[in-house]
Design a protein around this ligand. Structure first.
Ligand SMILES: Nc1ncnc2c1ncn2[C@@H]1O[C@H](COP(=O)(O)OP(=O)(O)OP(=O)(O)O)[C@@H](O)[C@H]1O
Ligand SMILES: [Mg+2]
Length: 506
């Protein structure tokens, strides 16, 4: 299934809409809280403003304290009058420090003995805007709006008449919602607006993110094609992600890595190409100029028949070397360019080894080298490209004979392993120094530099062997001791049917 099909909360559009809705919800709740708070404050301000003069009127009606004694009768009469008109009003008589002297509530009502005088002074001196909240003597906590007026006794301040306006606390949002029709209406309105906002946000974000989605889709298609073209590609999409931005950034990172890899590959190829051209021109120049020299000598009329024969032999030798060099270079360049794909087939390694050894028996005889092949009736069937493996044997046997002095021996052997046949070529030749071993598979590398061996060397044989075996998924190993001999070993996969049989037997 297409991995970019939008799914709830996973693609960019849905995430944006979700964030938008969450923001809207927070704003909506904040708006409701603020509305409730300002409603409460407004109610308190209006109440306090409207009843501003209430305490003053009561005080002016009758003297409430005379010669330090509270006139309870006058107080009760006035308070009853006021509470008849407005039952939610409570009237208290305080001394100048805020102690409650008397009140008009039922006698068993619990009353706070003293209240803070500070809000009363703010009220009287008008040092704070309305609403000013004062202590509610009836409850231990809680504040109310009030009206206050000083009570005088012979020109002296004898106390305050303190009138609590409105009998209820500031309401919480949930209480207000339960009690207020207007707030309930606002909440329903908010819900409708929220729904509208969600739908429009989804639509707007879908339109806005559609180019991004298309780009991500194109990137996805491109990656799929790329992966089909190069199964070993490192261009991996992020599994399971549907957020276009995450997807694009990971795809971009993968592409950047791939481009960098390809750039490095290109640079390496370019370097190898330049190196190859300079090596090839150097290698071709030596035999060519030498050949040219001997051919010039041949044109001289004064040379003897014997000299003519020698010059011709040398010219032929250079010509053969040149042909060999060009052939090997061509072969290696084809292998490097990936233009050779092994044609795998089942064949007998034992038979192939016999054939190749046969070709080299004369060369072995000339140096009195014993060239031994496995003496067995077994076929050692493998699955490989017979022509390429023949080339591997030729190069390895050629090396073994070339780098083994007279009277030595070269032994070819085959061993069955669980899923392969291991081939070993062991000689008793000049061997290799430890520091040469890691380099012998590099092209043009010759361990025995200016010796007689170098005359016939191009240094390409083992590079070709290594590439051919790589194409077969095999790795060649080498063990060598100076002046004791060298051993080359590599495995080849068992023939298909053999493999099946051995698996079935297991
Ligand atoms: N059996 C061996 N014993 C000792 N040295 C070896 C043996 N095989 C390879 N070498 C060393 O490894 C080097 C690289 O071998 P390679 O076959 O690539 O090139 P070459 O034999 O020099 O030339 P050619 O391309 O003609 O085969 C040789 O020059 C030689 O120094
Ligand atoms: Mg060689």
């Amino acid at each position: 299934m297409n991995r970019l099909v939008p799914s709830m909360f996973s693609n960019l559009c849905a995430r944006l809409a979700l964030a938008f809705v969450a923001l809207f919800l927070v704003l909506g709740v904040a708006f409701l809280v603020l509305t409730n708070w300002s409603n409460n404050r407004y109610y308190q301000e209006v109440t306090q403003n409207l009843n501003q003069s209430l305490a003053m009127y009561i005080v002016q009606r009758a003297p409430l304290i005379q010669r330090g004694i509270v006139n309870k009768t006058a107080m009760t009469e006035l308070a009853t009058l006021v509470m008849t008109v407005n039952p939610i009003v409570e009237v208290y008589l305080l001394d100048p420090s805020g102690k409650v002297l008397t009140h008009t509530l039922p006698p068993d009502t619990p009353i706070r003995p003293e209240i803070s005088i500070q809000p009363l002074q703010h009220w009287l001196n008008k040092t704070q805007p309305f609403p000013i909240l004062g202590d509610n003597p009836r409850a231990n906590q809680g504040e109310r709006v009030f009206s206050v007026w000083p009570v005088m006794d012979n020109e002296n301040l004898a106390g305050y008449l303190y009138v609590i306006l409105g009998g209820q606390n500031v309401q919480s949002l949930s209480d207000s919602l339960r009690g207020s029709y207007i707030l309930k209406q606002s909440l329903s309105g908010l819900a409708v607006i929220l729904l509208f906002a969600i739908i429009s946000a989804l639509l707007i974000f879908a339109v806005l993110t559609s180019p991004l989605r298309k780009l991500a889709q194109q990137m996805n298609d491109f990656q799929q094609q790329e992966l089909n073209l190069h199964p070993s590609s490192t261009l991996e999409p992020v599994a399971g992600t549907r957020d276009e931005i995450v997807y694009l950034s990971s795809a971009f990172a993968a592409m950047r890595t791939r481009i960098r890899e390809q750039m490095e590959k290109l640079q390496e190829t370019d370097r190898l190409r330049r190196e190859l051209i300079s090596n090839v021109s150097h290698d071709l120049r030596t035999p060519l100029s030498s050949m040219q020299g001997y051919l010039e000598m041949l044109t001289r009329p004064s040379i003897t028949q014997e000299e003519r024969q020698t010059y011709m032999d040398i010219a032929f030798k250079h010509c053969r070397r040149l042909t060999q060099l060009v052939k090997e270079l061509f072969e290696l360049s084809k292998l490097d360019a990936g233009r050779i794909t092994p044609q795998l087939e089942n064949f007998s390694l034992a038979e192939l080894l016999q054939d190749v050894a046969q070709k080299y028996s004369l060369a072995a005889q000339q140096k009195n080298i014993t060239l031994s092949t496995p003496q067995t009736n077994q076929l050692y069937m493998v699955n490989a490209d017979i022509a390429l493996i023949e080339r591997v044997f030729e190069n390895l046997i050629d090396n073994a004979l070339r780098y083994t002095p007279e009277n030595g021996s070269v032994e070819l052997s085959l061993t069955h392993q669980s899923s392969s046949v291991e081939i070993a070529i062991q000689d008793t030749g000049i061997g290799l120094e430890d520091e040469d071993i890691p380099h012998i598979f590099e092209r043009y590398y010759c361990a025995q530099k200016p010796t007689e061996y170098h005359q016939q060397s191009t240094g390409l044989g083992l590079a070709i062997v290594k590439r051919i075996l790589e194409l077969h998924g095999s790795v060649i190993r080498v063990e060598s001791k100076r002046r004791q001999g060298t051993l080359f070993k590599f495995p080849l996969p068992l023939a298909r049917t053999n493999k099946l049989q051995s698996e079935q037997a297991a």
